[in-house]
Design a protein around this ligand. Structure first.
Ligand SMILES: [Zn+2]
Ligand SMILES: [Zn+2]
Length: 391
């Protein structure tokens, strides 16, 4: 059986290699035409058409999102999903390298499809829009796009090879204060200062920061601080993000942040209104058995993973997928260590030779990991056990 599995992996890798130039062209085309979240009409059309041309059944506009899609090959369980992202960032284009995520997922689908006759099961490429600005997967998770899957994976480009992603749970808050305007010099006693309320809240949050866990983050901006220096501001507004390593601690911090805003209202007399975004990102839970399978597949491609228990973490909507299905969010190196994502330098790496190499290796490794899951019931059992045991 083990020998057989290696043959299937070689077959999947060869299938991806056979499409090398088309895949690179597709990646460059998306990179050269950056589209913001929920507006990725070209990218989602190009990726889904390519899959259709290669034997996948495609459903477009799923979950009420015009640029989301699901492409299926094979049938029945086990069902392995490769998640594609393809949204860009304002101003800096594909500075998060989502062109590589999108095309590597499609390529992994091609590789896995090539062996489904031998393995059984299904290979599914899910097009998930708007990772950066909205959290498309949060909506898709709510709509049931990921139910019934046995595994889900997505390879994110970065500056090292790693399989254990950590990402913070994240909630977004919009807060507003309503006061009363007055002449700031002639009748200040008649005013209720909405800016004061917000500054007090901002400083209270600053004080709170000393007393939260190291890995948690609270950061925000003032989006309205009044209009004129001689008018007591009757309105102020802010956007804040609260992030924590686990979903429970996030809820605790959310309550503390609201207490800071209430303090501002209390002290100033301004009325507070706030709303949390309904698209809350869950913490990423990396499925360890799946991650270890992926690690050895990357190693056969000559990529030694270097997982660091790093404190630097963002958030991703893949967290919400990982709450529903055994999932991994590995990183594939396409950039030197000093180049961070969301920079112009990284955007250049995402279209470089290193980027192409990363794309193809990520695709091959994901297809191989899918073959492990499809052909190894013991791995599937261990994945499930860990998934059910993780909080
Ligand atoms: Zn990003
Ligand atoms: Zn990203």
């Amino acid at each position: 059986m083990a020998i057989d599995r290696e043959r299937l992996k070689a077959q999947a890798a060869a299938e991806i290699e056979a499409h090398r130039q088309e895949l690179i062209d597709l990646s460059l085309r998306i990179h050269g035409n950056p589209e913001l979240g929920l507006k990725e009409t070209m990218a989602s059309a190009w990726l889904s058409e390519y899959l259709e041309k290669h034997g996948f059944q495609v459903e477009r506009g799923i979950c009420g999102l015009p640029t989301a899609f699901r492409a299926t090959a094979g049938e029945g369980a086990p069902r392995i999903a490769f998640l594609a992202e393809y949204d860009a960032l304002p101003g800096v284009g594909h500075a998060c390298g989502h062109n590589i995520i999108g095309v590597s997922a499609v390529a992994a689908g091609l590789g896995a499809r090539a062996v489904l006759d031998s393995t059984g099961g299904s290979a599914i490429v899910v097009g998930t829009p708007a990772e950066e600005m909205v959290g498309g997967k949060v909506i898709m998770a709510r709509e049931g796009a990921f139910t019934g899957l046995d595994a889900a994976m997505l390879s994110h480009p970065g500056s090292r090879d790693a399989v254990h992603a950590r990402a913070l749970a994240c909630a977004y808050l919009e807060a507003e204060y309503f006061g009363r305007e007055a002449h700031a010099a002639a009748r200040p006693e008649a005013g209720v200062n909405a800016l004061d309320a917000l500054i007090l809240a901002y400083n209270a949050i600053g004080a709170l920061r000393q007393h939260i866990r190291d890995s948690a983050r609270i950061h925000g901006v003032i989006t309205d601080g009044g209009k004129a220096a001689n008018v007591v501001p009757d309105h102020s507004a802010a956007g804040f993000m609260v992030r924590a390593e686990d979903d429970d601690y996030l809820e605790e911090l959310k309550a503390k942040v609201i207490a800071c805003f209430e303090a501002g209202a209390q002290a100033s007399g301004a009325r507070l209104e706030y709303r949390w975004s309904e698209n809350q990102f869950a913490a990423m839970r990396t499925n360890a058995p799946l991650a270890e399978a992926h690690r050895s597949n990357l190693a056969t491609l000559g990529r030694q993973t270097r997982d660091q228990p790093s404190r630097s973490m963002g958030s991703t909507d893949m967290g919400n997928v990982s709450a529903l299905v055994p999932a991994i969010h590995p990183t594939i190196a396409v950039a030197p260590p000093e180049v961070g994502i969301h920079s112009r330098e990284f955007a250049a790496c995402a279209a470089s030779e290193e980027g192409h190499r990363g794309l193809l290796d990520a695709a091959k490794a994901m297809a191989m990991t899918a073959i492990d899951v499809l052909t190894d019931p013991d791995l599937r059992r261990r994945m499930q056990e860990e998934f059910l045991a993780s909080p």
